[in-house]
Design a protein around this ligand. Structure first.
Ligand code: CA
Length: 219
Protein backbone atom coordinates (compact mmCIF):
# COMPACT_ATOMS: atom_id res chain seq x y z
CA UNK A 1 0.00 0.00 0.00
CA UNK A 2 1.39 3.35 -1.03
CA UNK A 3 0.76 6.42 1.13
CA UNK A 4 1.40 10.10 0.53
CA UNK A 5 2.39 11.91 3.71
CA UNK A 6 2.07 15.72 3.73
CA UNK A 7 3.79 17.10 6.81
CA UNK A 8 6.04 20.13 7.24
CA UNK A 9 7.45 19.20 10.64
CA UNK A 10 10.68 17.27 9.94
CA UNK A 11 10.74 15.32 13.19
CA UNK A 12 7.08 14.31 13.11
CA UNK A 13 7.29 13.44 9.41
CA UNK A 14 10.40 11.33 9.85
CA UNK A 15 8.83 9.44 12.77
CA UNK A 16 5.62 8.75 10.85
CA UNK A 17 7.47 7.63 7.73
CA UNK A 18 9.82 5.34 9.64
CA UNK A 19 6.99 3.83 11.70
CA UNK A 20 4.74 3.16 8.73
CA UNK A 21 7.60 1.69 6.68
CA UNK A 22 8.24 -0.73 9.53
CA UNK A 23 4.58 -1.66 9.22
CA UNK A 24 5.07 -2.53 5.54
CA UNK A 25 3.64 0.60 3.92
CA UNK A 26 5.35 2.42 1.05
CA UNK A 27 5.51 6.06 2.15
CA UNK A 28 6.27 9.10 0.00
CA UNK A 29 6.62 12.39 1.86
CA UNK A 30 6.18 16.00 0.76
CA UNK A 31 6.53 19.03 3.01
CA UNK A 32 4.10 21.63 1.70
CA UNK A 33 0.58 21.91 0.31
CA UNK A 34 1.52 23.17 -3.14
CA UNK A 35 3.84 20.20 -3.82
CA UNK A 36 1.19 17.84 -2.43
CA UNK A 37 -1.34 19.18 -4.90
CA UNK A 38 1.04 18.73 -7.85
CA UNK A 39 1.90 15.17 -6.84
CA UNK A 40 -1.75 14.23 -6.25
CA UNK A 41 -2.62 15.33 -9.77
CA UNK A 42 -0.03 13.09 -11.41
CA UNK A 43 0.49 10.03 -9.19
CA UNK A 44 -1.78 7.53 -7.49
CA UNK A 45 -1.78 6.52 -3.84
CA UNK A 46 -3.92 4.36 -1.58
CA UNK A 47 -4.22 6.84 1.30
CA UNK A 48 -3.35 10.51 1.90
CA UNK A 49 -2.09 11.52 5.35
CA UNK A 50 -2.61 15.26 5.49
CA UNK A 51 -1.39 17.81 8.01
CA UNK A 52 -3.61 20.93 8.15
CA UNK A 53 -1.09 23.67 9.01
CA UNK A 54 1.19 23.61 5.95
CA UNK A 55 3.37 26.15 4.12
CA UNK A 56 2.42 27.38 0.61
CA UNK A 57 -1.07 25.89 0.73
CA UNK A 58 -3.24 24.91 3.69
CA UNK A 59 -4.18 21.27 4.15
CA UNK A 60 -7.90 22.07 3.96
CA UNK A 61 -7.39 23.77 0.57
CA UNK A 62 -5.49 20.71 -0.70
CA UNK A 63 -8.35 18.49 0.47
CA UNK A 64 -11.05 20.69 -1.07
CA UNK A 65 -9.17 20.74 -4.37
CA UNK A 66 -8.85 16.96 -4.35
CA UNK A 67 -12.58 16.45 -3.81
CA UNK A 68 -13.48 19.19 -6.31
CA UNK A 69 -11.59 17.15 -8.94
CA UNK A 70 -13.76 14.16 -8.04
CA UNK A 71 -10.84 12.25 -6.51
CA UNK A 72 -12.12 9.78 -3.88
CA UNK A 73 -8.67 9.01 -2.43
CA UNK A 74 -9.06 8.08 1.28
CA UNK A 75 -7.79 10.93 3.48
CA UNK A 76 -6.75 10.97 7.13
CA UNK A 77 -6.12 14.41 8.62
CA UNK A 78 -3.23 14.72 11.05
CA UNK A 79 -3.66 17.84 13.10
CA UNK A 80 -2.29 19.53 16.16
CA UNK A 81 -5.41 21.63 16.37
CA UNK A 82 -7.47 20.01 19.01
CA UNK A 83 -10.56 22.06 18.40
CA UNK A 84 -13.88 20.58 17.44
CA UNK A 85 -14.44 23.11 14.66
CA UNK A 86 -11.18 22.15 12.86
CA UNK A 87 -12.09 18.49 12.93
CA UNK A 88 -15.62 19.22 11.72
CA UNK A 89 -14.27 21.42 8.92
CA UNK A 90 -11.87 18.69 7.88
CA UNK A 91 -14.51 15.99 7.82
CA UNK A 92 -16.97 18.27 6.01
CA UNK A 93 -14.29 19.07 3.42
CA UNK A 94 -14.13 15.36 2.59
CA UNK A 95 -11.68 13.75 5.03
CA UNK A 96 -12.47 10.15 6.01
CA UNK A 97 -10.82 10.22 9.44
CA UNK A 98 -8.55 12.35 11.59
CA UNK A 99 -5.95 11.98 14.32
CA UNK A 100 -4.93 14.67 16.80
CA UNK A 101 -1.18 15.03 17.43
CA UNK A 102 0.57 13.61 19.28
CA UNK A 103 -0.82 10.22 18.31
CA UNK A 104 0.37 6.66 18.56
CA UNK A 105 1.87 5.23 15.34
CA UNK A 106 0.21 1.88 15.93
CA UNK A 107 -3.14 3.66 16.06
CA UNK A 108 -2.38 5.48 12.81
CA UNK A 109 -1.47 2.19 11.09
CA UNK A 110 -4.64 0.55 12.41
CA UNK A 111 -6.79 3.45 11.19
CA UNK A 112 -5.18 3.24 7.73
CA UNK A 113 -5.98 -0.47 7.57
CA UNK A 114 -9.56 0.14 8.75
CA UNK A 115 -10.03 2.86 6.14
CA UNK A 116 -8.69 0.63 3.36
CA UNK A 117 -11.05 -2.14 4.47
CA UNK A 118 -14.04 0.19 4.37
CA UNK A 119 -13.06 1.51 0.94
CA UNK A 120 -12.78 -1.98 -0.53
CA UNK A 121 -16.03 -3.12 1.09
CA UNK A 122 -14.30 -5.69 3.29
CA UNK A 123 -15.84 -6.45 6.64
CA UNK A 124 -13.37 -8.94 8.12
CA UNK A 125 -9.82 -7.91 9.08
CA UNK A 126 -8.33 -10.81 7.09
CA UNK A 127 -8.73 -11.45 3.35
CA UNK A 128 -9.44 -15.04 2.26
CA UNK A 129 -9.20 -16.45 -1.27
CA UNK A 130 -8.96 -20.11 -2.32
CA UNK A 131 -7.59 -21.29 1.01
CA UNK A 132 -5.08 -18.46 1.35
CA UNK A 133 -5.70 -16.11 4.29
CA UNK A 134 -3.87 -12.77 4.43
CA UNK A 135 -4.04 -10.65 7.58
CA UNK A 136 -2.80 -7.08 6.94
CA UNK A 137 -2.64 -6.13 10.62
CA UNK A 138 -0.77 -9.22 11.80
CA UNK A 139 1.34 -9.39 8.58
CA UNK A 140 0.62 -13.08 8.30
CA UNK A 141 -0.28 -15.34 5.41
CA UNK A 142 -1.59 -18.86 5.79
CA UNK A 143 -2.34 -21.46 3.17
CA UNK A 144 -4.63 -24.29 4.24
CA UNK A 145 -3.84 -23.37 7.86
CA UNK A 146 -0.05 -23.40 7.38
CA UNK A 147 1.99 -20.22 7.95
CA UNK A 148 3.75 -19.00 4.80
CA UNK A 149 6.76 -16.66 5.18
CA UNK A 150 6.81 -13.86 2.59
CA UNK A 151 9.19 -10.97 1.95
CA UNK A 152 7.68 -7.48 2.56
CA UNK A 153 7.31 -6.88 -1.20
CA UNK A 154 5.76 -10.30 -1.78
CA UNK A 155 3.31 -9.55 1.01
CA UNK A 156 2.39 -6.15 -0.45
CA UNK A 157 1.93 -7.64 -3.93
CA UNK A 158 -0.23 -10.48 -2.64
CA UNK A 159 -2.38 -8.03 -0.65
CA UNK A 160 -2.88 -5.86 -3.73
CA UNK A 161 -3.96 -8.84 -5.85
CA UNK A 162 -6.17 -10.44 -3.18
CA UNK A 163 -8.02 -7.24 -2.29
CA UNK A 164 -9.54 -7.10 -5.78
CA UNK A 165 -9.56 -10.72 -6.97
CA UNK A 166 -11.51 -9.89 -10.13
CA UNK A 167 -9.07 -7.20 -11.26
CA UNK A 168 -6.10 -7.60 -13.59
CA UNK A 169 -3.21 -5.42 -12.37
CA UNK A 170 -0.68 -4.16 -14.89
CA UNK A 171 3.01 -4.32 -14.03
CA UNK A 172 3.16 -0.51 -14.10
CA UNK A 173 0.32 -0.23 -11.60
CA UNK A 174 1.90 -2.82 -9.31
CA UNK A 175 5.26 -1.02 -9.45
CA UNK A 176 3.51 2.24 -8.57
CA UNK A 177 1.92 0.66 -5.51
CA UNK A 178 4.96 -1.23 -4.21
CA UNK A 179 7.77 1.25 -4.78
CA UNK A 180 8.07 4.83 -3.55
CA UNK A 181 10.32 7.59 -4.85
CA UNK A 182 14.01 6.83 -4.80
CA UNK A 183 13.53 3.13 -4.15
CA UNK A 184 15.62 0.88 -6.34
CA UNK A 185 13.50 -1.03 -8.85
CA UNK A 186 15.01 -3.68 -11.12
CA UNK A 187 13.20 -4.04 -14.46
CA UNK A 188 12.15 -7.61 -13.67
CA UNK A 189 11.32 -6.97 -9.98
CA UNK A 190 7.60 -7.71 -10.25
CA UNK A 191 8.24 -10.96 -12.17
CA UNK A 192 10.64 -12.01 -9.41
CA UNK A 193 8.02 -11.34 -6.70
CA UNK A 194 5.34 -13.21 -8.68
CA UNK A 195 7.73 -16.14 -9.08
CA UNK A 196 8.37 -16.14 -5.31
CA UNK A 197 4.65 -16.11 -4.55
CA UNK A 198 3.97 -18.96 -6.97
CA UNK A 199 6.71 -21.02 -5.38
CA UNK A 200 5.19 -20.50 -1.93
CA UNK A 201 1.45 -20.52 -2.71
CA UNK A 202 1.22 -22.88 -5.67
CA UNK A 203 2.03 -22.28 -9.33
CA UNK A 204 -1.54 -21.44 -10.35
CA UNK A 205 -2.56 -19.08 -7.52
CA UNK A 206 -1.44 -16.06 -9.54
CA UNK A 207 -2.25 -15.98 -13.24
CA UNK A 208 -0.39 -14.06 -15.92
CA UNK A 209 -2.74 -12.36 -18.36
CA UNK A 210 -0.51 -12.02 -21.37
CA UNK A 211 0.13 -8.44 -22.38
CA UNK A 212 -2.08 -7.10 -19.59
CA UNK A 213 -0.80 -8.07 -16.14
CA UNK A 214 -1.52 -10.33 -13.19
CA UNK A 215 -4.51 -11.48 -11.18
CA UNK A 216 -5.32 -14.19 -8.66
CA UNK A 217 -7.03 -17.31 -9.95
CA UNK A 218 -10.82 -16.83 -9.88
CA UNK A 219 -12.66 -18.73 -7.15
CA1 CA B 1 2.19 21.58 10.25
Amino acid sequence: MRLLLVEDDAMIGEAIRAGLRRDGFTVDWVHDGETAEQVLKTESFDVLLLDLGLPRKAGLAVLSGLRARGDALPVIILTARDSVSDRVQGLDAGADDYLVKPFDLDELAARIRALLRRKSGQTAPAIEHLGVVLNPAAHTVQRDGQDIALSPREFALLQLLMERPGTIHSRERIEGRLYGWGEELESNAIEVHVHGLRRKLGADFILTVRGVGYRVRPA
